[in-house]
Design a protein around this ligand. Structure first.
Ligand code: ZN
Length: 213
């Protein structure tokens, strides 16, 4: 595929990146629908950033059942993890925004509020892709990679997804690559080599582990 990266091919790949960025940032700042089947599939979900704020407040009020709910030192770790994640996303989005800002020769500083900087970043991505600004395509890729990571981290924290672990004992029978499975063993095992991406159904991988041991 890399050999065919030229002219309109590069442009359509970048357009595909923009579509993914729209979906990732969209789920952070706007209502969204869970795409795959599951307990929460179908119904509109609140923006993930809003859910992070709610999550942090829930953790605070649960711990502070007495009169001292607002004491900072009484806040449990759950609260801080959600807020750290908002801060981390905001900071990374600001850095990406600043790179666009320099490229477009704008003098508008990045917002320090997650909602605004993410929306502004998406706006810049659209501007770069719609304007066919090829020199900004690597930056579009960086935004795609970063926004995928943000959504992944938030979804794991909010329990939409389960963290994956890499299996140490056994490798892919097709390509010899590394294999991953949900931390709670609730998913199929999949090869993490993107050119292979072999999937071993949950019903089979227990046997595979036994054979590989
Ligand atoms: Zn493989």
């Amino acid at each position: 595929m890399a050999k065919r990266l030229e002219g309109s091919g590069l442009m359509s790949l970048t357009y595909a990146s923009l579509v993914r960025i729209e979906a990732f940032i969209g789920s952070l700042v706007s209502e969204w629908i869970e795409p795959h089947e599951g307990s929460r599939g179908g119904a509109p979900q609140k923006p993930l950033i809003a859910q992070l704020y709610e999550y942090s407040m829930t953790m605070t009020s649960k711990a502070g059942s007495g009169h001292s709910t607002n004491k900072p030192e009484s806040r449990p770790p759950g609260n801080q993890i959600a807020m750290y994640l908002v801060d981390q996303i905001t900071e990374e989005a600001r850095e990406l925004y600043e790179r666009f800002s320099v490229a477009f020769n704008d003098n508008v500083r990045a917002s320090s509020i997650a909602w605004y900087v993410l929306a502004d970043l998406l706006h810049y991505c659209r501007q770069a892709v719609n304007g066919d600004i090829v020199s900004l395509y690597p930056l579009i890729r960086d935004v795609e990679h970063a926004s995928a990571q943000w959504v992944k981290q938030v979804r794991i924290l909010l329990k939409y997804d389960v963290r994956e672990i890499i299996l140490g004992e056994v490798s892919c029978h097709v390509c010899g690559g590394k294999l991953a499975v949900a931390e709670d063993a609730s998913t199929d095992v999949r090869c993490i080599d993107s050119s292979c991406a072999e999937v071993y159904p949950r019903s089979q991988w227990v046997q595979m582990l036994a054979d590989g041991a």
